[in-house]
Design a protein around this ligand. Structure first.
Ligand SMILES: [Zn+2]
Length: 438
């Protein structure tokens, strides 16, 4: 792979190249490249590490545009009954759309937090894994869960919550079937109860024990809104982070989505225990949830990644756009243009997300790392002539990537997806969204 500028994550190499063999980066350099069987030459592009999506709910691609002006709890209460109608086919179609859009935005590694498993609808988790294999995305699916229905004081209706023993048994079955802990793994399973207001403390404890028995990671939503904080204080007498401490949900094998409403002490504590935060700026702004203290977390040394969150609270899945949004939102929050610079924003979108997901083999372009590469055009009207290209791509985010390589395989070329027909994916999601709306 040759590019006008190779941005490795730490170095910027003009007319650089990345030499790849069997899905792994062998060497990065400049000048005449070593001989290679296949050469991808992008002189008008910046090549950078493939972007990492640290939080998502792909099934939500089928419910975009609902409750356009609601708070998180209003939006959830309106959507739960719609989500109760999903099945494996809905999830397959929605995941193909979400993954297509992610790949086209330069994302090469993504998680998906799936927590809606309506009774009597088998094959949902399998549909997610199959879609990632088909489209060629490196994938960390979360077996999410909800067990605290309205009748027990939770937020979701009883019709969408599951029995806790069934959740744990199915989670273990999915780990046994799909989790691959080896280097360059294309699939790792995560254990992920949904949120403090939709599962019981006992399920959180049991999930942590299950995950640690199998050496897999833990993920959940935390400190997203002040409504959640009030819920935790009223029901448990604890702030959200205190509740996680009580339940054993801290440590380097845990990452939270959002982490917005944190005290100074909680910012320091999260950095100290190496728990990750997946910052989702577009979703947070869409729901008016608040602004994550990204610059404070980064300064404290915390692991911070970026996520698109579900498309029902974003309406898109463009990870390069999230780097742009993170940069601007941090500057609005602090009233300072120096609170988050473009290179830090790209680090969050690459290595920061890889750290959240526990991937020390992803997130930078270096020998020995996975050959996951995103190339963005800088000769198009949006970017032509921009002086600082790396800053320019964050300030004026690309609509789509030109070339994307995952595990050494070209999956996007010339801005077109090679692993699926984009028009067909769009037609399918339109039909599925209409059917689900009823
Ligand atoms: Zn979420």
């Amino acid at each position: 792979m040759k590019a006008g500028l190779v941005y490795t994550g730490t170095r910027e190499i003009e007319n650089g190249w990345v030499h790849v063999r069997h899905g792994e980066i062998i060497e990065v350099g400049s000048g005449p490249p070593p001989h290679a069987g296949e050469v991808v030459d992008e002189p008008n592009c910046v090549a950078m590490p493939g972007l990492v999506n640290a939080h998502d709910h792909m099934y939500q691609w089928a419910t975009r545009g609902y409750v356009a002006d609601g708070t998180l709890f209003e939006w959830l209460r309106a959507l739960y009954p719609v989500w109760a109608r999903i099945d494996a086919d809905t999830v397959r179609v929605a995941a193909r759309a979400a993954m297509a859009r992610l790949l086209l935005s330069g994302c090469t590694l993504s998680t998906d937090h799936h927590y809606v498993f309506p009774h009597g609808r088998p094959g949902i988790f399998e549909a997610l894994v199959d879609a990632a294999r088909e489209l060629g995305l490196r994938f960390h699916p979360c077996r999410g869960s909800m067990s605290l229905g309205e009748s027990k004081g939770g937020l979701p209706p009883d019709s969408v919550v599951e029995d806790e023993d069934a959740i744990l048994a199915h989670t273990e079955a999915m780990i046994d079937r799909y989790h691959d802990s080896k280097g360059r793994s294309m699939c790792r399973v995560v254990v992920a109860p949904c949120s403090p207001f939709s599962v019981t403390p006992q399920l959180m404890r049991d999930s942590a024990a299950l995950a640690r028995r199998h050496h897999v990671r833990l993920h959940t939503h935390l400190a997203e809104t002040l409504d959640e904080e009030r819920f935790c204080l009223e029901k448990f007498g604890r702030r959200p982070v205190e509740l996680m401490e009580d339940l054993g949900w801290v440590g380097e094998d845990v990452w939270y989505a959002h982490g917005i409403h944190l005290s100074d002490a909680e910012v320091d504590r999260i950095a100290e225990v190496k728990t990750g935060i997946a910052h989702c700026p577009s979703s947070n702004m869409r729901l008016g949830a608040g602004a994550c203290r990204v610059e404070d977390l980064v300064r404290a040394g915390a692991r911070v990644g970026l996520g698109v969150d579900g498309a029902a609270s974003n309406e898109d899945a463009n990870l390069a756009m999230e780097a742009h949004q993170a940069l601007l939102l941090a500057r609005v929050r602090s009233s300072s243009p120096r609170s988050l610079d473009a290179r830090t924003a790209w680090r969050l979108a690459t290595r920061g997300g890889a750290e959240c997901l526990g991937r020390d083999d992803c997130g930078t372009l270096e020998p020995g790392k996975c050959a996951d590469i995103a190339c963005f055009r800088v000769d198009d009207l949006a970017h032509a002539g921009i002086k600082d290209l790396v800053a320019g791509l964050a300030l004026a985010p690309p609509a789509r990537a030109q070339t994307v390589v995952v595990d050494g395989r070209v999956v996007v070329r010339g801005g077109r997806l090679l692993t699926a027909d984009e028009d067909e994916v769009a037609r399918d999601i339109a039909a599925t969204s209409r059917r689900l709306a009823g």
